[in-house]
Design a binder for this molecule. Structure first.
Ligand code: GDP
Length: 539
């Protein structure tokens, strides 16, 4: 399977192209210019060239297009989202970087966006295979993948996956790193991560605080269109309702339409149903207008996202400095969501506040995890030195090993951190599949032994419906006495206004959101602005 991605302008000038072996873009351009391509939605086209498929998204005079040499199963809306993201990336990189750096920067970011899309395609293919898989004749039962093995015990079977490398799909095995960036980081460090944006933080009462999530969302592709839609009640979402304006309407009709909108924003169907049921209960027996329904829904979403406990982590830590042991924070989540990156972002923020930080490598399973964390620590040391900070940062690691090794590493790190005057210990843990009880069980043992002051789950904004179960399973993994304290929602920069994952995770657990991850550098972190997020969900 081959594919390519191109950014070009209306004149036909190519600005960026992956996989230049493929020449199909001439056809793409010709079809768009000659208006023979099918317009799926305004400014979103598809077409075939030599029986191959392309998709193209247009914004102003810029186009981004994806070309596949096979029929693809990826959902059109996801393709559109990626293409819109690619144009955003292109525009932003051209604005922010010198000409000679633009190509390198683009290739890493656009590869990342494309990889996410391919990940989705793989998931869809896996679901399809799952659905047509016959019942295992020997056992006559279905069982979970963790307990069913179709391979001989002697040979560990690696699941075939595919990775996008320079426009070509190559097979990689499960245990090879799927994310392009990880290898690079371990090998030489990701230089981009050394770029920091000092505007990401603000100083208040002698503390350095993380800014709110406003700017990244305002860069959303749909922003301009949405603002227009808001000003114009007869367009977009409101067009569905235009005959209802001001008039009383059946709650059932409004419920159905708003339910659909919540689903479109990536809110899981059961979660969306619960929200709509709450609205119906509140409005029961009343004669209502669209505006009243909308207002009630806005209030409900605001209530869901508003934390009912303090999220002032810095205050908590500062009020505990000088006590017997350092403040211990552990970070959990499934593989690849951004645990170590966000842990490093927290570390950077703590260093800005002159707190001594010890990072403990408790992902003792995945090969390369310790080295990857060392790269982050080295980066942070470099940044810290250039900031002339009096605070120190180091890594505590004891190599690789099984469940007991994790526990002993955590305990030793806390002992060391206590004797060496660290203020905060950040413990990285292995990524694990939330639905695999065998992998989740060690979390309880780890939690009991390390007794972290805070357990933070990192969840990807991209994940959608599965986020409900992920959040519930991690929240329940530490036994009856404690659960998660916070979420960090990562990769918010990649989803535009499809922010439903936040609602899914918070509603499933009542655990508040501490921060959003909005990029790959150490300052790409933002505090949640509930009002902004709710506005995005309501558009
Ligand atoms: P882990 O396996 O959960 O520790 O995940 P990593 O921290 O290694 O992150 C996986 C990939 O996601 C890396 O390429 C990170 O740079 C990237 N990543 C992490 N957080 C964000 C984010 O907020 N936005 C974007 N765009 N990428 C992120």
């Amino acid at each position: 399977m081959s594919q390519s991605l191109i950014v070009f302008s209306g004149s036909g000038q190519v600005h960026y192209q992956t996989n230049t072996k493929i020449l199909a873009f001439n056809e793409v351009i010709a079809q768009i210019v000659n208006e023979t391509a099918t317009e799926l939605e305004p400014n979103f086209y598809t077409g075939t060239g030599n029986q191959k498929r392309f998709y193209c998204y247009k914004k102003d005079d810029l186009y981004s297009s994806l070309y596949f040499d096979i029929v693809t199963t990826i959902d059109n809306s996801k393709i559109k989202q990626t293409l819109a993201g690619v144009l955003r990336t292109y525009t932003k990189v051209c604005e922010d970087y010198d000409e000679d750096m633009v190509y390198d920067k683009l290739s890493s970011l656009i590869d990342y966006q494309f990889n996410q899309l391919m990940k989705l395609q793989r998931q869809e293919e896996e679901v399809e295979v799952e659905q047509i898989k016959p019942i295992n004749k020997e056992s006559e039962t279905f069982s979970t993948p963790s307990t069913t093995s179709t391979t001989p015990k002697t040979g560990k079977k690696s699941k075939k996956m595919r990775k996008w490398v320079d426009g070509e799909m190559v097979d990689v095995t499960d245990d090879q790193v799927l994310d392009f960036s990880e290898g690079k980081e371990v090998a030489g460090g990701n230089k981009e991560q050394l770029k920091v944006d000092n505007m990401a933080f603000k100083r208040e009462n002698n503390m350095v605080l993380v800014n709110e999530l406003n700017d990244i969302l305002n860069e959303s592709e749909e922003e301009d269109d949405n603002i227009q839609q808001e000003n114009n009640p007869s367009s977009g979402m409101f067009s569905k309702f235009k005959s209802y304006f001001g008039a009383s309407k059946s709650i059932e009709e409004l419920s159905k339409s708003f339910y659909d909108q919540l689903i479109e924003k990536n809110i899981a169907p059961p979660t969306a149903k619960t929200i709509i049921d709450r609205i119906k209960l509140r409005l029961k027996g009343k004669s209502i207008t669209l505006q009243q329904f909308k207002q009630t829904l806005t209030e409900e979403l605001t209530k869901v996202l508003s934390p009912n406990v303090s999220t002032d982590l810095l205050y908590d830590i500062k009020s505990q400095t000088g006590s017997k042991r350092p403040y211990v924070i552990s970070v959990v989540g499934v593989n690849g969501v951004g645990k170590s990156t966000n842990l490093a972002k927290l570390a950077y923020w703590f260093l800005q506040n002159d707190l001594n930080v010890l990072i403990c490598a408790c992902d003792t399973f995945r090969s390369g995890a310790v080295e990857q964390l060392k790269v982050h620590v080295n980066n942070l040391k470099t940044l810290n030195e250039s900031n002339d900070s009096p605070a120190k940062i180091d890594i505590f690691e004891k190599g690789y090993g099984g469940g007991d090794h994790v526990v002993s590493t955590a305990k030793l790190a806390i002992q060391f951190g206590t004797s060496d005057n660290y203020d905060v210990i950040l413990i990285d843990t292995a990524g694990r599949t939330h639905s695999n009880a065998k992998l989740m069980a060690p979390l309880k043992k780890f939690g009991d032994a390390a007794n972290p002051d805070k357990i933070i789950m990192v969840g990807e904004a991209l994940v959608g419906t599965d986020s409900v179960e992920q959040a519930q399973n991690f929240n329940g993994a530490f036994g009856n006495k404690r659960g998660l304290d916070f979420f960090i929602i990562s990769k918010v920069d990649t989803v535009g206004d499809l922010l439903g994952t936040m609602i899914n995770m918070v509603m499933a657990t009542n655990v508040p959101i501490l921060f959003m991850g909005t990029g790959q550098t150490y300052t790409d972190i933002k505090r949640l602005n509930v009002k902004t997020v709710v506005e995005m969900l309501m558009r």
